[in-house]
Design a binder for this molecule. Structure first.
Ligand code: HEC
Ligand code: HEC
Length: 190
């Protein structure tokens, strides 16, 4: 277990280093202009109004860069997003990421009773996802994200339909009840 954790952390830090290189001098104003085309689905300024679409506001820039590249390259699969990312240049991706990261996140909220149950599972997530799941480098913010979206992603990691990162093994350790409780807790954080 100790060994697995070490490997997982090493992976996170290596990818942090690589994407760090790509984040030179982003232009937030240019990112905001380009982001207009994202608001239809992801909500004004990236604070989503619907759980089909994740909020991007307040998300970590290195994580956003990685995901947009993964959609562009097809290593993260989603028809809608692969279309959106297909023609983005590296510079546009960096600018979009810097813009969305700069916006204040409006928490989606979570079911109170379930969230209370999920609290005890959360510390094992904070190690990578940051204190209060605010995100850390290439590891996403989960705080304030739609629980239904987080649940779909955990299922995709379990199925292996989403492959990036160390989440497959972690998702497989969680029962269906634990998934719903911990994601409602994450959604309720601000
Ligand atoms: C037609 C609707 C649509 C549009 C327009 C759209 N997206 Fe998305 N986006 C989605 C959906 C749906 C998902 C969830 C994909 C999944 O379930 O894996 C998503 C996911 C994402 C993610 C992953 C977030 C996470 O937490 O992992 C990022 C980053 C993203 N979109 C960025 C953008 C950007 C930047 C734009 C504008 C250039 C954009 N999207 C435009 C529908 C859209
Ligand atoms: C060893 C580090 C690590 C631990 C521990 C960890 N995660 Fe993750 N998690 C990651 C990384 C890295 C990603 C980004 C994967 C990628 O790039 O696609 C991620 C992504 C996710 C996503 C996708 C979010 C999105 O916006 O699409 C969810 C949901 C998630 N983790 C939930 C959890 C939960 C819940 C826990 C605790 C039970 C947890 N994680 C523990 C490293 C970790």
């Amino acid at each position: 277990m100790m060994n697995l954790c070490r490997k997982l952390y090493l992976g996170v830090f290596l990818s942090l280093f690589v994407s760090g290189l790509a984040l030179a001098a982003p232009d937030i104003a240019a990112g905001k202009e380009k982001a207009g085309m994202c608001f239809n689905c992801h909500g004004a300024e990236g604070n989503s109004k619907r759980s089909n679409f994740p909020s991007l506001a307040g998300q970590k820039p290195a994580y956003l860069v990685n995901q947009l590249r993964a959609f562009r390259e097809g290593t993260r699969e989603n028809g809608l997003m692969q279309n959106q990312a297909a023609n983005l240049t590296d510079a546009e991706i960096n600018n979009l990421a810097a813009f969305f990261a700069s916006v204040k996140n409006i928490s989606a909220g979570g079911d109170k009773a379930l969230a209370d149950k999920g609290e005890s599972k959360a510390p094992m997530c904070f190690g990578c996802h940051g204190n209060k799941a605010m995100g850390m480098g290439v590891t996403p913010r989960l705080a304030g994200q739609y629980p239904a979206y987080l649940q779909r992603q955990l299922q995709a990691f379990k199925d292996g339909t989403r492959k990036n990162g160390p989440m497959r093994g972690i998702a497989k350790m969680l029962s269906a009840e634990e998934v719903s409780a911990v994601t409602e807790y994450m959604g309720s954080l601000k």
